[in-house]
Design a protein around this ligand. Structure first.
Ligand code: FES
Length: 252
């Protein structure tokens, strides 16, 4: 159940260009969150909350880690929060990745682009605990934006691609298909063009995609986050029905 909670800032670290990793303390959120869910964060001086994915959870310490990129005054204000200050959040929000059916025999591919990488890290840690075989492809604009490479390597084989070739492979996540081991299903999060390319690259694989989306209310009331689907209704709300969808159910 989504609740409005105060979360204390435990740490705030710039881990790549314009990219902040923030650890927040709250027992309710840390005990309820599942991979793929997000926090809808209130920012001082801004009417709309900011949806930020959960990158890690430590239930023993009641902490939740989020990562966000500074792209405007809202995220700048969020980044300015000092250790010990309090952030107002709604969460845990949305529906997470479907992983209950996975077993130790399964092999999954995680495909993340930019700020779509963090929720896949949380997912990867949970899958690893379940004994699922994990490999990852992470895409970034350039070397200065790369983060969490070592963390993903600890989970399984990991490839990094940068659009300008300044680090790892050059190009896009879908350019590395020939480098991958066989896998049963994929989980992807990133900008819509990347998700479109991913679903086209693996048309016959079972896949789940998570959308980065600007939202309004974040609780299904304003229709600001609607996405076209292939079912009878023809649409779903990313904030409430997603942000994770089966790749086969949405029209990209
Ligand atoms: Fe308002 Fe999704 S953000 S319905």
């Amino acid at each position: 159940m989504i609740k409005q909670e105060a979360m204390e800032v435990i740490s705030s670290t710039r881990i790549a260009k314009d990219t902040i990793e923030m650890v927040l303390n709250n027992s309710y959120i840390s005990n309820k969150a599942v991979p793929g869910q997000f926090l809808h964060i209130s920012v001082v001086g801004h009417t709309l909350r900011r949806p930020i994915s959960i990158a890690a959870v430590n239930q023993a310490e009641n902490t939740v880690t989020i990562l966000f990129k500074i792209i405007g005054s809202g995220t700048e204000a969020l980044a300015n929060h000092q250790v010990g200050s309090s952030i107002n959040v709604l969460g845990p929000s949305g529906n997470g990745f479907s992983i209950d059916e996975l077993t130790k025999e399964d092999s999954v591919l995680l495909i993340g682009g930019g700020i779509g990488v963090p929720p896949l890290y949380y997912l990867g840690t949970v899958l690893k605990e379940q004994g699922v075989n994990v490999q990852a492809v992470l895409g970034f604009q350039s070397k200065e934006y790369v983060f969490y490479e070592e963390d993903f390597i600890a989970l399984g084989d990991t490839l990094v691609v940068t659009n300008d070739g300044s680090y790892g492979h050059e190009g896009y996540v879908t350019d590395l298909v020939d480098e991958l081991d066989e896998f049963d299903s994929y989980y992807s999060c990133g900008p819509a063009p990347m998700l479109q390319a991913v679903t086209k690259t693996f048309p016959n694989k079972k896949g789940f995609i998570s959308f980065e989306e600007r939202m309004g209310c974040g609780v299904g009331a304003c229709f600001a986050c609607v996405i076209e689907t292939k079912d009878e209704a023809g649409y779903k709300k990313i904030c409430q029905d997603g942000p994770v969808f089966a790749a086969s159910e949405v029209s990209l």
